[in-house]
Design a protein. Sequence first.
Length: 303
Amino acid sequence: MLDVCLLGTSGMMPLPGRALTALMTRFNGSSLLIDCGEGTQVSIREQGWSMHDIDTICITHTHGDHVSGLPGLLLSMGNAERTKPLTMIGPKGMKRVVESLLVIAPGLPFEIRYQELTEKVHNIMIYGYELAAFRVKHTVPCYGYSQIIHRAGRFDVEKAKQNQVPVPAWNRLQKNETVTMEGVEYTPDMVLGAPRKGLKVTYCTDTRPVPEIAQMAKGSDLFICEGMYGEPEMAAKARENRHMTFTEAAELAKEAGVAELWLTHFSPSLVRPDLYIKEARDIFPYTKPGKNRKTRTLVFDKD
């Protein structure tokens, strides 16, 4: 089970009733935050979720509307007596920017472990899931992220017997561990069937539509993508500033074959995003406008 909450949907500046874009997910006792604009911790509190369980923060890029909430959030986590390390992932140069911000948040009681991204695609295994970070096209180095929950195949008793796997090893192998008994190594594939469908959420903002986005979002249960402009007449401005329109995001969702699209990172001038949803839905019917604290719980298929 994967809980997903779009904490805010505003681009450039927070507005009354529209917090800056950020996403938080919860899986198996671990929480992931993607981006942290001004006021993100307020949205977390309003949602009733805990900041204390955030193990990983991913930064798409270091523009202020995506990182300005970090000092307050990290101070709040420290004041809650957090001591375990925090992993922070983002494009090259992120560490320098974050440490500059933390001049006003000194003395944190926990370590921040930075992982800067330099390649087009990074695949990171962390806290029981996979993070796929992929470079997109903005005015500064910027990455999108897919959170992928893999699901092993069912335990196959006959397969275990055929491979002469001792019964005492079954339980650990079913948990995807490798077991050595009496000098013989046993691997999970010796007792498990084919992998089953897992869960996948892709988050992408501040970019032009590029083929890599559709490739990395392919098959996502939920695709959260920027739609800075809904108005057709703003297409030229979107190209100029390296952002996307609603219809461009819908085209990516259609190409990627995702189950559902949430639009986010709206321009402050876009007061009523819902007025422009129809054009996007004509391209991809399962398009929805994002809003503060829009939440979804994704569950594994029953098989």
